[in-house]
Design a protein around this ligand. Structure first.
Ligand code: URP
Ligand code: ZN
Ligand code: ZN
Ligand code: ZN
Length: 467
């Protein structure tokens, strides 16, 4: 077993900041102690390898609880495989992902889950778990939910959007929530009124409004907040907790805040694209706006303040990427002349930790809040804590040595995601990953990638630990 000492850094967890040394024994954290003490000097003498973290942060590896590697959508597949997507995640300091296995209509949950295991097994650079997307809620799939929770797939995404594909009606949603309230599962909701949106899509196209920016106009903030409100009320009726995914509209944040003010177990995430991008990007000329088509859509820039505030007040608890990349050439282009045919989703798994560090630099959140929303709370929310999301004795040694002063410019030229554009092309970031350990193995060291396809292990998860 290799003993690694990470020496002299500022260890930041959700709970504290401490100038400390971290001793890693094999795949786990063995101990953490204040730097420069007798005990850490003894560790240094016994270490096989010392990583000098002087002047640097030592933080838990990021936990991205919302990714879609190789996801089928609109006749194509998200362009990152489990291999390329998890490697890019590692480059960006994320050491755990929770991806979405998909039930297809007419098929069992088990089939979908088996298919996602087959795609990912032996391919991942970092550890990974699965949520399950329910596309066909019926007696059979409701029963299957219990078995999935027991084996570590303890969260289920439902869609109020995409009629005919992933959509569930209110009765199906209520039944799934009732089941989850009995078996400890967490319902994750894509909250947009897809029935109403489809009417507006049809009307827009009939009037010749075919540009990417109309994707944002028809998927109205009110149709996000209406669905968020409805999901909250259905969860109350079912007595189930609720986690709303990819919140982008200020009005939806208000619904969530109102529910939490009543003491309800309602949780939510937002994503970097909603914090840093806006409808201005969707309106870029020459079909460039297609690069920013995702659902929920990007909003006018005014919505960002509510998202930042929600992150500070803990009305929003998590930032995930919803990484679902499609190349501009050949994939996004499927929607030239009809925005509704642009595959929905954006790349981002590599940049979440950096963008949120930039948010620290910009004064939106504190350093500890950065770690809380990007590492600790997603781990707790999805039953991975304290194995993931913190630096403490017994935790997996998923650790990032982060240089808070380094400068970088995000670009498709330099990123590692398998996609031909960057949504943040040219954006300057203060802060950069220096070294990444995944279960004690150095997978990134400066400009060198030292990871291995298949190093990443599947993570069966406990139920939500955030309740
Ligand atoms: O546009 C998005 N978000 N694509 C991924 C699927 C989803 O709804 O999360
Ligand atoms: Zn089948
Ligand atoms: Zn969604
Ligand atoms: Zn998603």
């Amino acid at each position: 077993m290799t003993r690694t000492l990470i020496q002299g850094g500022l260890v930041i967890t959700a709970g504290e900041e401490l100038s400390a040394d971290v001793l890693v024994d094999g795949e786990r954290v063995a101990a953490v102690a204040a730097s420069g003490t007798e005990v850490t000097e003894t560790w240094a003498r016994g270490a096989d390898r010392i990583i000098d973290a002087t002047g640097l942060y030592v933080i838990p590896g990021g936990v991205d609880a919302h990714t879609h590697m190789e996801m089928p959508f609109g006749g194509t597949f998200a362009s990152d495989t489990f291999e390329t997507g998890t490697r890019a995640a590692a480059w960006g300091g994320t050491t755990t992902i929770v991806d979405f296995a998909i039930q297809t209509v007419g098929h069992a949950l088990r089939e979908g889950l088996d298919a996602w295991h087959a795609k990912s097994e032996g391919r991942c650079a970092i550890d990974y778990g699965f949520h399950m997307i329910l596309s066909d809620v019926d007696e059979h799939s409701l029963k299957e939910m219990d078995a999935l929770v027991d084996e570590g797939v303890s969260s289920f995404k439902l869609f109020m959007a995409y009629p005919g594909v992933f959509y569930s009606d209110d009765g199906q949603i209520l039944r799934a929530m009732q089941r989850a309230s009995g078996n400890g599962g967490l319902i994750m909701m894509h909250a947009e009124n897809g029935i109403a949106i489809d009417v507006l899509v049809e009307q827009a196209l009939a009037e010749g409004r075919t540009d990417p920016r109309y994707h944002g106009e028809v998927r109205k903030a009110l149709l996000e907040s209406e669905a968020t409100h409805r999901a909250i009320q259905l969860a109350r009726v079912a007595g189930a907790p609720l986690y709303v995914v990819h919140v982008s509209a200020e009005q939806a944040v208000q619904e969530i805040t109102g529910a939490r003010d009543l003491g309800l177990p309602v949780f939510a995430e937002t994503c970097p694209q909603y914090l840093f991008l806006s409808t201005d990007n969707l309106a870029e000329p020459d079909f460039e706006g297609a690069k920013y088509v995702c659902s929920t859509p990007l909003r006018p820039v005014e919505h960002q303040a509510a998202l930042w505030r929600g992150l500070r007040t803990n009305d929003l608890q998590v930032v995930s990427t919803d990484h679902c990349p499609f190349c501009f050439t050949g994939q996004k282009e499927l929607g030239r002349g009809d925005f509704s045919k642009i595959p929905n989703g954006m790349p981002g798994v590599e940049h979440r930790m950096d963008l949120l560090h930039q948010a620290v630099v910009d004064g939106h959140i504190s350093r500890r809040r950065w770690i809380e929303i990007a590492c600790a709370t997603p781990a707790r929310m999805f039953g991975l804590y304290p194995r993931k999301g913190t630096i403490a004795p017994g935790a997996d040694a998923d650790i990032v040595v982060y240089d808070p002063e380094a400068r970088q410019t995000l670009s498709a030229e330099t990123h590692h995601m398998n996609v031909d554009y960057s949504a943040y092309e040219g954006k300057r970031i203060t802060g950069r990953v220096r070294t990444v350990l995944s279960r004690g193995h150095v997978v990134v060291d400066g400009d060198a990638y030292l990871g291995r396809t298949g190093h990443g292990r599947y993570l069966p998860r406990a139920t939500c630990q955030y309740l």
